[in-house]
Structures are given as structure tokens and as C-alpha cells.
Design a binder for this molecule. Structure first.
Ligand SMILES: *Cc1c(COP(=O)(O)O)cnc(C)c1O
Length: 412
């Protein structure tokens, strides 16, 4: 697509374009940060009103049964499961990605007996590394964290002491994507278990956890799944591991009979064993609005469009912003790319602030990285065209070169 008109024509032919009407986005905003916080489904307002006004306000405590609050983690898990490529009864929506990682890592380490090495990636999202470190410190049994990076390949990191491999399927910074089947098989060949963090993958790329041999998976619902700020995360455990051990956050929601009020813990069978305690129902309920939109989209079509938007973005930056020091850090090969594209720029932070001031909302990640999320459910080709034009204007005019754009906010 070499002109804006061609982009408009592509939008008119786009089978996913009608889904945009199910989101409410503020006028004048080009939203390229759905990989960090998804846009608001229109249905969320009425759902929030129903949960707060009717279910809480009128139903009061009866709503645990009558409004289905108690079953919500499993019911939403079943709705999400097709996007992960697993049966409905194998997923729960609960707690945060960080907490869920703790649970599945604990289970994986228990399954692995005396193996004492955990492999992850230096470039992984920090919370994954921090949770692993916290687990190692807490267990105090001589665990070692081995990080793959430019010096150490996964092949070299794997040996028969590795208990678990913890990787993000799509890298939060670069957008690079692993071949889940190949990497899972590689870990298994050394007897290691594989835990996938799907925070930047779920809802963005087709997933087949069961077919690809994954052991455990966790991820966010507030990114590409449009669940709302801080909405509870999801957790999947391969059925072959589900009942092998209990996870250590063994709160009453994971009990076999929570309302027996027994003085002894007995884990529930199946994925309910991975719950902990009472959930934030207001936030959890809104997850369904995002999942209901995702269910209307053909995931193969979402992937096709996501890659096309990415190709367009990369090509427009290459041709129209050629005079500027932007370095693509996202793999161009489709099999290696998730659904966002990232560029380094020496003044990345200020450039992003100048873009945001003009309504082009992406985000900034250290070091020097401008990150642009491409969400096929509510972004079109002309949006990409317009966003790159504004980027070009910001760079050509050095509009970013102002003290106000260099001031760091708490959240970048
Ligand atoms: C966003 C993200 C998280 C966030 O975890 P929270 O517990 O929800 O704060 C975790 N892992 C990855 C890879 C992420 O991108």
C-alpha cells in the first residue's frame, strides 16, 4: 500500500473492520497500545452497571449463586480456551499473571524432584524473572536461574539438571515470537517442563497449547483480550499435570469442598486446584465483554491482518521516515513476529511523548524503544498510515525536542 487511498480501500475490504464498532475509543486518538491495555468494549459500561447496580446492589450475597459469581473463573476460562487451543475445562481466569506464574512454577518444580535449574531469558518481562527469583529465595534449596541471551543459547542452557523453562511466547519489548512446538519439544528432550507466558500472545496470535506440547501457561486478559485495567489473568495446566501436586497458594477456592469449611486442606481435582481465594468480581465480570468480541473473530483472519498491519507499519517507516535514526528491533519474518512492532530511537522517550500529545498512543520501553501495538479488532490500515505520518511530522520538525517531553512519568 503506497497511498492513503489504498489503505482506505483495504479497510473497506477488511472482514474484521465491523468489529471496531464494538469498542469505544476517544475521538482523535490512534490507539497503538492495545498490547499493554486493550481498548474498552462498548458492552463494558452496561456490564459494570449490571454487576454493581443489580447483582451487588439488589442481589447482594445471593449473587454468588444467582449471578454465577462463584463459577466465573471457570466459565470465563471456558470462553477463553478456544483462543489457547485447549478444551474449556482446562483454563481458569483468576489472580494476576505474576501470581499464576508462581503457582505453576511451584507445581513444575515439585514435579521435577531433584533438578535444580530454572531456565529463562534475560530479555523476559521482568516480573517473570522476579517471581522466579522470589521462588528460589523462598524455597532455599539451591536453585539456579540460568538466563539465555546473546551469549547463551537455549540449546546450550538445557541439560538434565533443568527443571523448568519459563519463556514469553511473544517478547514484550521486541515482539519476537518463539516457535512454541519446537521450543517445547527442545525442553522436553532434556526432561524439562515448559511454562509459557502468553501475555503478549493471547488474542493476538493463534495458539495451540495442547498440540504444541506446552506444560503450563499463564497470561493477561487486559492486553489483547480487552478485559479492562488490571483484569484477572488466566492459567492453564496440561491435564497430565493438573492433579500431580497442589500449588502452594492453596486457598479455600482451590479446596475440593470450599463450603464444607473443613479444617483440613484437600485440593479440588482439575484446574480449580489452581484458584486461591475470592476474586475481584467487578473486574472479573468485565473480562467477558472482551472475550465475547474475540469469539466473533476468526483467529486466522486476526493473524493475517495483524501481520499485514505490521508489514505496512514497517514499510511506511522505512520509506517515509528514512532520514531518521529509527532501528527496527522486531523480526520481519512472519513466523518470528507477534502483533506489535518496536523501533529504537536515541530520543525514544521524548518522541513517544510528542506522539501521545498528538493523539498517537503507543508506549516506551527501556532502552530507547518505541512500541506500537497492532490490534486487528479495532485498528485499520488507514490508522497505520495516519500514525506513521504523524511520526514523520514529529521527527521532521523535531517536535519531540522539548523539556516537557523528557520528563518521566511513573508509568511509561
Ligand atoms: C504484561 C505482562 C505481565 C504482567 O503481569 P501482571 O502480574 O499482570 O502485572 C507478565 N508477563 C508478561 C510477559 C507481560 O507482558
Amino acid at each position: 500500500m503506497r497511498t492513503r487511498d489504498e489503505c482506505v480501500a483495504a479497510d473497506q475490504a477488511d472482514v474484521l473492520a465491523p468489529l471496531k464498532a464494538q469498542f469505544s475509543l476517544p475521538p482523535g486518538v490512534l490507539y497503538l497500545d492495545g498490547n499493554s491495555l486493550g481498548a474498552k468494549p462498548r458492552a463494558a459500561d452496561a456490564r459494570a452497571q449490571a454487576v454493581v447496580g443489580e447483582q451487588w446492589g439488589q442481589g447482594l450475597i445471593r449473587s454468588w449463586n444467582s449471578a454465577g459469581w462463584f463459577d466465573l473463573p471457570a466459565r470465563l476460562g471456558a470462553k477463553l480456551a478456544p483462543l489457547l487451543g485447549v478444551p474449556g475445562q482446562e483454563v481458569v481466569v483468576t489472580d494476576s499473571t505474576s501470581l499464576n506464574l508462581f503457582k505453576v512454577l511451584a507445581a513444575a518444580l515439585r514435579l521435577q524432584g531433584s533438578r535444580r535449574v530454572i531456565v529463562s531469558e534475560r530479555d523476559n518481562f521482568p516480573t517473570d524473572l522476579y517471581m522466579i527469583e522470589g521462588m528460589m529465595d523462598f524455597l532455599d534449596r539451591g536453585y539456579e536461574l540460568r538466563l539465555i541471551d546473546e551469549q547463551l543459547s537455549l540449546a546450550d542452557a538445557l541439560d538434565d539438571r533443568v527443571a523448568a523453562v519459563v519463556l514469553s511466547h511473544v517478547n514484550y519489548r521486541s515482539g519476537a515470537m518463539y516457535d512454541m512446538a519446537a521450543v517445547s519439544a527442545q525442553a522436553h528432550a532434556h526432561g524439562a517442563l515448559i511454562i509459557w507466558d502468553l501475555a503478549h500472545a493471547a488474542g493476538a496470535v493463534p495458539l495451540a497449547l495442547a498440540a504444541d506440547g506446552a506444560d503450563f501457561a499463564v497470561g493477561c486478559t487486559y492486553k489483547y483480550l480487552n478485559g479492562g485495567p488490571g483484569s484477572p489473568a488466566f492459567l492453564w495446566v496440561a491435564p497430565r499435570h493438573q492433579n500431580a501436586f497442589w500449588q502452594p497458594l492453596s486457598g479455600w477456592w482451590s479446596h475440593k469442598r470450599p463450603f464444607a469449611m473443613s479444617d483440613r486442606y484437600e485440593p479440588a481435582e482439575g484446574i480449580r486446584r489452581y484458584l486461591c481465594g475470592t476474586q475481584p468480581i467487578t473486574s472479573l465480570a468485565l473480562v467477558e465483554c472482551g472475550l465475547d468480541i474475540a469469539a466473533q473473530a476468526d483467529m486466522a483472519e486476526v493473524r493475517r491482518k495483524s501481520l499485514a498491519l505490521g508489514d505496512l507499519f514497517i514499510e511506511l517507516v522505512r520509506t517515509r521516515c528514512a532520514a531518521h535514526p529509527l532501528t527496527l528491533i522486531t523480526p520481519q519474518a512472519h513466523v518470528r513476529r507477534g502483533s506489535h512492532v518496536s523501533f529504537r530511537h536515541p530520543e525514544g522517550y521524548a518522541v513517544m511523548q510528542a506522539l501521545i500529545a498528538r493523539g498517537v498512543i503507543g508506549d516506551y520501553r527501556e532502552p530507547e524503544v518505541l512500541r506500537f501495538g497492532l490490534t486487528p479488532l479495532y485498528l485499520g490500515y488507514a490508522d497505520v498510515w495516519d500514525a506513521v505520518e504523524i511520526l514523520r511530522e514529529v521527527l521532521d520538525t523535531r517536535a519531540w525536542d522539548q523539556p516537557a517531553f523528557r520528563e518521566r512519568a511513573a508509568v511509561t
